[in-house]
Design a protein around this ligand. Structure first.
Ligand code: UD1
Ligand code: CA
Length: 459
């Protein structure tokens, strides 16, 4: 079947009172548009056109070129938005098109598929996905005849008091027969309260033309929640978090407190892992079994092994091996691979570095652009001096080396296997394996210096 999807994402989010594309606002750290495109793919539709406005480049930078784009430079309503995809739709003539709103991220692939099945079975020209909610304010209402047949969708502003009492609402997700949609689009007018071209009017237009229209009621009303305002965005976030937490709790993740917890929908967590309050686990993060995470940790797009502790620390786009301890107050910046049973202690920053098994970097240390072997000890206050103001250079510290406290390793430089570097050294040339490097002024004691100085002072 020649299925395709059109996602409406040209809204400016005026009601959010924030600049930029509304569909890029995050829900659990994941932009709304990513949620919607995920649902399209989950529903088995892979040819997707995004309707975007002046934020095209911003949206494209996030979404990429796996979808095509149609521009809607003037925001004249959802019907006008879909019209911008007429060429795309014509290329799918004879098929069916899913239309979704970019600001309704919780719709699931399952609901879309079930609605699609009903759409085909009933031979509908349009099937609206609806839901019955307790608080319908602000949504378009589904108006049915006495026998339950779909008649039309009425927007909040255009509804009469009786219609406003209807609790079945339009999700803004629809299946259309492509050719029927192409016929209906030019018929849509803007004679309503808002003066916009409403896609919702396509229902009445198609019924008048003798075509069939139906509404599929979503089993889980939460899936249709839209985000027009900051309050709705927050509500959506809470609903989404509830669903994510349920999944992890069922899988044996222990959550000591949900206060301040954010867990992205794609995060994977192994059984027996404990999450403390205030953690933000985001993006494609995968956490193993038996870990302790938090309080207040941020882990984004990272892979954490089994039995790891991340205590009040941050990890970005990196890998951390089994049984490693991170924190408190450590910062692992992108592109690090930290081995097993490593200790990364307080006020340690790592960036673009590899750290071998059982290495200890326990306090106040910066490791950037470095390859640190296994069984290494970096003392308190070791600094890889990786930047000369123009370019970055790498530091290598081989297995079992011992680097004393307050040492500068001026890159490019290498400390050989098993070598020692004396505390306070500034190392600028290679240290051979098993050698001791001392690179600091020798201590000189001036005997009785203080007494002599006092003797010189005037009484
Ligand atoms: C819309 C529906 C309403 C439904 C609700 C569900 C219409 C007329 N109304 O109302 O029945 O209950 O969604 O959340 O469709 N957009 C564009 N270009 C435009 C206008 C909108 O791309 O010119 C996009 C927006 O970015 C948004 C989506 O279309 O992603 C829906 O538009 P919005 O203005 O939020 O519609 P609602 O008032 O929420
Ligand atoms: Ca909306």
């Amino acid at each position: 079947m020649n299925h395709c999807a059109v996602v409406l994402a040209a809204g400016e989010g005026t009601r959010m009172q924030m600049p930029g594309a509304k569909v890029l606002l995050p829900v659990l750290g994941k932009p709304m548009i990513d949620w919607v495109i995920g649902a399209v793919l989950e529903a088995g539709v892979d040819d997707c056109c995004l309707i975007v406005g002046k934020d095209l480049e911003q949206v494209r930078a996030r979404v990429g070129d796996g979808v095509c784009y149609a521009l809607q430079l003037e925001r004249k309503g959802t019907g006008h938005a879909v019209r911008q995809a007429e060429d795309f739709l014509r290329a799918h003539s004879g098929g069916h098109c899913l239309v979704l709103a970019g600001d309704s991220p919780l719709i699931s692939g399952g609901t879309i598929r079930r609605a699609g099945r009903m759409h085909l079975e009933e031979g509908n020209a349009v099937t609206v996905i609806s839901a019955v909610v307790g608080e319908p304010f602000g949504y378009g209402r589904i108006v049915r005849d006495v026998s339950g047949g779909l008649l039309r969708i009425v927007e909040e502003k255009d509804a009469d008091p009786n219609q406003r009492r209807i609790c079945e609402i339009n999700s803004s997700a629809y299946w259309f027969e492509v050719d029927a949609l192409l016929e209906a689009l030019p018929e849509i007018g803007a004679g309503n309260e808002k003066g916009e071209y409403y896609l919702t009017d396509a229902v009445e237009i198609l019924l008048r033309a003798g075509r069939r229209a139906g509404a599929y009621v979503a089993q889980d009303a939460d899936e249709i929640l839209g985000a027009n305002t900051q309050r709705q965005l927050l509500t959506l976030q809470q609903v989404a978090l509830g669903k994510v937490l349920d999944r992890h709790l069922e899988n044996g993740v222990m959550i000591s407190s949900v206060d301040g917890l954010t867990i992205g929908p794609d995060v994977v967590i192994g059984p027996g892992t404990v999450l403390h309050q205030g953690c933000r686990l985001l993006g494609s993060t995968r956490i193993g079994a038996g870990c302790v995470i938090g309080p207040g940790s941020v882990i984004e797009d990272s892979e954490i092994g089994d039995g790891v502790t991340v205590n009040a620390s941050q990890v970005y786009r990196s890998r951390v091996g089994d049984k490693t301890r991170v924190g408190p107050f450590a910062h692992i910046r992108p592109d690090c691979v930290v081995g097993e049973e490593v200790k990364i202690g307080n006020f340690v920053e790592l960036k673009n570095s590899t750290i071998g098994k059982k290495t200890s970097i326990a306090h106040l240390t910066y490791v950037g652009d470095a390859d640190i072997g296994s069984g290494v000890n970096l003392g308190c206050g070791v600094v890889t001096v990786n930047y000369d103001g123009r370019a970055k250079y790498r530091t290598t510290v081989r297995d079992r080396a011992f680097v004393g406290c307050n040492v500068n390793l001026v890159a490019p430089v290498e400390v050989g296997e098993g070598a020692y570097v004396a505390a306070g050294s500034t190392i600028t040339s290679p240290v051979p394996a098993d050698a001791l490097a001392i690179a600091r002024a020798r201590q000189e004691n001036k005997e009785d210096w203080v007494k002599k100085r006092e003797g010189q002072q005037k009484p």
